[in-house]
Structures are given as structure tokens and as C-alpha cells.
Design a protein around this ligand. Structure first.
Ligand code: TXA
Ligand code: MG
Length: 352
């Protein structure tokens, strides 16, 4: 395939894109979290094309997206009471549930597992597209494997132009980080990826929720050499976890040293830090007010891509804690970072 067509998010374009999906084609589409790269989940050839277009290893399973709760029985034989309650309370929305695999789901979607990831997105364009395709849609984030997830149609094209049939332009994604992934296939619900639905909300609904997989390692506690370089920019990124004042002091030192060595530096900053560091000769991308983390999350990937496109030698960012969506922001920045530095009153050499 040579070119990818950008379609507006109107009913006739959605019909064209849905026909392409039903025929085994690939369509990127907006969701409330990030843009997805969709293909017919029940068509193994389409699923194989998704992996090829992204350059994604076959061991990494895909999320199946539904338009309607009634379609759930096409992908899973039975829901536990906890899973049914969560689906009822939190769908449509940014929550992916890991549930037992139904017999119709190809093993290529689940990477050979007996569980399958499923979600009902809230975005009206995603819902209309999946409903019109009349089949569940397997969709990873619409980026090249390991790269930052796309929150606009332009980001999708930057990564996948010529590798997919269509991208539907639904404007910027509102949440801006991927869905929460919760494994409800076993006795204890386990958070595998923090995202748009917070751990606090899940604990309120479920009581105990374990931290598993990557959720257990987020927050700068990854051992050196064990960093999962997902969501990674091309430039090196260093993340400061600590008080705002200590992180600002650290950024100022780091930036000055790089500038003195003739290197360019990019800073990913909330409004208040941008004001306080405005005198530095650096590239700054402003994320929004530190007190409004939903704005910070919604701008995070676009800001990271914008800085990265200018290829600074080093990008510096800071953490926003772990309450609510901050846990997802921390997880993504930790995974993008080549180095996480803990700064409280002063950073010293507390490097992890
Ligand atoms: O917000 C989102 O979730 C976006 C939009 C497009 O829906 N999708 C997304 O997909 O982020 P992807 O493929 O980039 O991330 C899916 C995550 C991966 O970490 C994958 O390993 C995990 O879900 N996953 C999928 N199936 C799984 C399974 N059966 N068991 C455990 N983890 C699974
Ligand atoms: Mg992804």
C-alpha cells in the first residue's frame, strides 16, 4: 500500500473506513485515550497486518475494542461478577479488562494466551466505526512499536503513513494517555497498566487491587538496564522524581552543563516551572497547570513529540506524584526515560 488517506470524522467517511475494516484493511481511529490502529479481530490476516504495520513483536497481545456491551459474548465466554460490575460502572471509558479468551478470538490477538484484553471506548467516532464494521476491532496504539503513542491524526501519519489504509481525523485525544489495563481473569484484580481510570476509583469499587506487571515497577524503581523503553522519544530523556523546587534546581544545573558543552536541551514543564526557568536558553514545551493533571496528561505525548522533533541532546521532565492520573503520567515518563533521578531537598547522587 503506498499512501494512507486521511478521512474526516463524518458518517460517509466512517462508512468507507468500516468497509475497509470488514474487508481486512487497517484503519487508525480516534479514541478518548490515544489513536488506535484497527483491524478485524476475527480475521487473522488483518491481525498479522497490524503487527507488521507497527513493527510489533508477536508476543505482545492486542486489545479488542467493542461498540456495544452485547458484543462482549463474542470475545469472552463468561464474566466474573467483578468484571461485570466494572463493565457496568466504567464502560464506555478508558478501562481495558483482561478476561478469559472466547473460542472465536485468534491466538494471534492474544499472543497465545487464554486471556483476552477488551474495552468499550467512549469516543463516538470509535463507537460508530466499530458498529459499522460489524466486527470487534483489535487495536493497539497507532504508533511504530516502542514509539510515543499518537494523540492526533498527524502523529499517526508521522509513524504509519503508507502502512495503513486510512486514518480518521477526530481531533486531539482528550485523555491523552492509554487506558488502564486491569486483569480480572484471576481471583485478585491486578492493575497491569495505570491509565485513564485511576487506581483509587478501582479500589473504591473493588476493595483490594494488586499492582502487577509494569504497574508494580512504575515510579522510578526500575533497576538500571531493566528500563522498558516504551513510549520512548528519539532524544534521551531524564526524569526527576521529587519536590518541584528540587527538580527545578536539578533541571537548571543539568541544562546549564549541557549548554556549556554546546548541546541543546528540551524541557517538558508545567506552567509554573516554565515561568521560573524562562531565563534558560532551552526549548520548552508547556504542559499546563501542575494543579490540573488531566490537562497535563492530555498534552503529554504531543509535547514530547514536539520537543523530540527538534532532536535536543537531552530532554528533562519532572514527575507529578501518583494520585489519580498522575500514576499513569509517572508510568509513561518512567518508561520514556533513560534515567530517573530522585531529588528531595537536593539530588546529590541519588540516581536510580
Ligand atoms: O487506550 C488504549 O488502551 C489504546 C487505545 C487505542 O485503545 N490501546 C493501547 O493498546 O494502548 P496497546 O496495544 O498499545 O497496549 C495494550 C496493552 C499492552 O501492554 C499489552 O501487553 C496489554 O495491553 N495486553 C493485551 N492483552 C493482554 C492480555 N491478554 N494479558 C495481559 N496484558 C495484555
Ligand atoms: Mg502502545
Amino acid at each position: 500500500m503506498s499512501t494512507t488517506r486521511v478521512l474526516p470524522a463524518d458518517p460517509s467517511s466512517i462508512a468507507v473506513a468500516a468497509a475497509a475494516l470488514a474487508a481486512g484493511g487497517l484503519v487508525a481511529f480516534p479514541t478518548e485515550t490515544v489513536y488506535g490502529l484497527g483491524g478485524d479481530a476475527f480475521n487473522p490476516a488483518a491481525v498479522a497486518r497490524i503487527f507488521a504495520a507497527k513493527g510489533r513483536p508477536a508476543e505482545d497481545p492486542l486489545i479488542i475494542h467493542l461498540a456495544d456491551l452485547a458484543d462482549l459474548r463474542r470475545v469472552t465466554p463468561n464474566l466474573s461478577p467483578a468484571a461485570a460490575m466494572l463493565a457496568e460502572q466504567l464502560w464506555p471509558g478508558p478501562l481495558t479488562l483482561i478476561v478469559p479468551r472466547g473460542p472465536a478470538v485468534p491466538y494471534s490477538v492474544t499472543a497465545g494466551r487464554e486471556t483476552v484484553a477488551v474495552r468499550l471506548p467512549a469516543h463516538p467516532v470509535a463507537r460508530a466505526l466499530i458498529a459499522a464494521a460489524r466486527t470487534p476491532i483489535a487495536a493497539p496504539s497507532a504508533n511504530r512499536f516502542g514509539h510515543t503513542s499518537p494523540t492526533s491524526a498527524a502523529h499517526v501519519l508521522a509513524d504509519l503513513d503508507g502502512r495503513i489504509d486510512f486514518v480518521i481525523d477526530g481531533g486531539p485525544a482528550t485523555i491523552g494517555v492509554e487506558s488502564t489495563v486491569l486483569d480480572v481473569s484471576g481471583p485478585l484484580p491486578t492493575l497491569l497498566r495505570p491509565g485513564g481510570v485511576s487506581l483509587e476509583v478501582l479500589r473504591e469499587l473493588l476493595g483490594e487491587v494488586a499492582l502487577g506487571g509494569r504497574a508494580a515497577t512504575a515510579g522510578g524503581q526500575l533497576a538500571p538496564g531493566m528500563l522498558d523503553r516504551h513510549y520512548a522519544p528519539e532524544s534521551t530523556l531524564h526524569l526527576c522524581v521529587g519536590t518541584p523546587a528540587a527538580c527545578r534546581a536539578w533541571m537548571r544545573d543539568q541544562a546549564a552543563a549541557q549548554i556549556a558543552a554546546g548541546h541543546r536541551v528540551g524541557l517538558l514543564l508545567p506552567d509554573e516551572d516554565a515561568v521560573l526557568l524562562a531565563d534558560l536558553d532551552v526549548d520548552i514545551e508547556i504542559l499546563g497547570p501542575a494543579g490540573d493533571l488531566s490537562v497535563i496528561a492530555s498534552r503529554l505525548y504531543a509535547a514530547l513529540r514536539a520537543l523530540d522533533s527538534r532532536r535536543p541532546a537531552l530532554i528533562l521532565a519532572r514527575d507529578f506524584g501518583e494520585g489519580g492520573i498522575a500514576r499513569a503520567i509517572r508510568d509513561r515518563l518512567t518508561r520514556a526515560a533513560g534515567r530517573v533521578v530522585r531529588c528531595n531537598d537536593d539530588c546529590g547522587l541519588q540516581v536510580s
